[in-house]
Design a protein around this ligand. Structure first.
Ligand code: SF4
Ligand code: SF4
Length: 421
């Protein structure tokens, strides 16, 4: 016997999951945005409830109002829903329909992190100075709608690819094969330390790391309503990465939101039509996930030295990391480092949600969402580094608390003696 839901692949029909909603409100309790603003009525209302209006033929795809734009896309609702309602995914699709191709220039700019990196990194000192020059930020706020205090990235003059071309680490013995590294835009132009740490750790564990040609995963465009552009970036990546998978290489990334795009967003939000979409999705790994799998097979080197950073550290698992459904592999890896004492943050979200907290009308909401996390950072001591897997979350944490924030792989590489903290 089959039920209605089993008549089609539920993942391919996100909108139909609205009918699974039993109005329990668990998603509303988990949503970090709804409690801090009256502009967003919460996931149950904006998601499954209004999906029924959106699926009404006379209304077309129209939402009853524009509040879906205040959903940050954090994904907590989908994560906690006990009935499998794809709330975040249907909200994302509804937002694309809301814009209907009429994307504000600000959103287009925020969606182009790769282009920004390409253009900006060669002028890094000037661009980084501009980002801290208040009059320029006020003008950018008035003209573009990017909040004057939002934590912009710090450009690196030497990109990760340029560094890798000169300093590619050699696989140490015992040799375990080749892996392909997806550095993403941030890992190439802004957060190069995390990419360097990742490839050094992989080489230390016997892997020959190769860098496929690649482009932005498309997530910044997707979350700013530009689905067609995001799909074209997705296809560009799938065209290139599938060849490496066919050669037997896993694709590994240290940007948790970008690896999640491959694993689920390309299918469940963008509905990317590409023959290798599912092949690549099944072979993409977050760096901590990959290392923990190695450890479980008895293949991870454990020559870790103690790293003393002044006592207990805070680890914040970003929303996108939780959506991988892989637990918190970084915490399991930290357990292997002698003397390491790490506490898991009890906050759900830092509030930045990719580019959400950059927008002038959403900046205060983002800061209010992140307050619980910022309080925990201060309580544990903002002179100590905060560990977090996502680059924009790290920038937000530093912006709000003054604490330095590092990727878990940085700590692991330091414990191997490969980098300094
Ligand atoms: S948690 Fe799921 S079932 Fe409950 S109200 Fe939210 S969407 Fe509906
Ligand atoms: S994705 Fe996040 S902000 Fe949006 S409705 Fe779900 S929990 Fe709330």
């Amino acid at each position: 016997m089959t039920n209605l839901i089993n008549l089609f692949d539920i993942d391919e029909h996100v909108e139909f999951t609205a009918d699974l909603c039993v109005k329990c409100n668990i998603c509303t309790a988990a949503c970090p945005v709804a409690p801090v603003t009256d502009l967003f009525p919460g996931p149950k209302v904006v998601g499954p409830q209004w999906q029924r209006f959106r699926m009404n033929e006379e209304r077309g795809d129209e939402s009853p109002d524009k509040s879906v734009d205040y959903c940050s896309g954090c994904g907590m609702c989908t994560l906690v829903c006990p009935h499998g309602v794809k709330v975040m995914e249907m909200n994302s699709r509804a937002r694309e329909k809301l814009y209907d191709g009429d994307i504000p220039i600000r959103n287009r700019a925020l969606g182009r992190s790769e282009l920004m990196g390409k253009l900006g990194h060669k002028f890094a000192p000037l661009v980084n100075w501009g980002a801290t020059f208040k009059p320029a930020r006020v003008i950018a706020e008035k003209v573009m709608g990017i909040h004057r205090d939002a934590p912009l990235p710090n450009f690196k003059f030497q990109s990760f690819r340029e560094w890798f071309a000169k300093h590619k680490p050699h696989a140490e013995a015992p040799y375990r094969g080749k892996v392909a590294y997806f550095h993403a835009c941030a890992g190439n132009y802004y957060e190069t330390a995390a990419s360097k740490a990742a490839v050094l750790v992989l080489a230390h564990n016997g892997f020959d790391v190769v860098l496929p040609e690649q482009s932005c995963c498309g997530l910044p465009m997707q979350s700013n309503g530009e689905f067609e552009a995001a799909r074209s970036y997705a296809c560009h990546n799938l065209d290139r990465l599938a060849a490496y998978v066919r050669l037997g290489m896993p694709i590994i990334g240290a940007s948790t939101s970008c690896t999640l795009s491959f694993k689920s967003d390309y299918r469940e939000i963008l509905d990317v039509d590409h023959p290798d979409r599912d092949l690549v999705a099944a072979n993409v790994y977050d760096i901590s996930e990959f290392l923990l799998l190695l450890h479980q097979r008895g293949e991870l080197k454990t020559d870790f030295q103690p790293v003393d950073l002044g006592g207990t550290l805070l680890y914040h698992a970003p929303c996108q990391q939780k959506a991988h459904h892989m637990g918190q592999p970084a915490l399991d890896l930290f357990d292997l480092i002698p003397g390491m004492d790490v506490r898991l943050s009890e906050a759900s979200c830092c509030g930045i949600a990719g580019t959400y907290g950059y927008k002038v009308e959403k900046y205060d909401i983002g800061m209010a969402v992140g307050k619980a996390l910022f309080d925990q950072v201060r309580e544990i001591g903002s002179e100590k580094p905060v560990i977090c897997d996502s680059e924009t979350c790290r920038w937000q944490i530093t912006h709000a608390t003054g604490a330095r924030s590092v990727h878990p792989i940085h700590l692991i590489a330091a414990a191997y003696g490969l980098v300094k903290m």
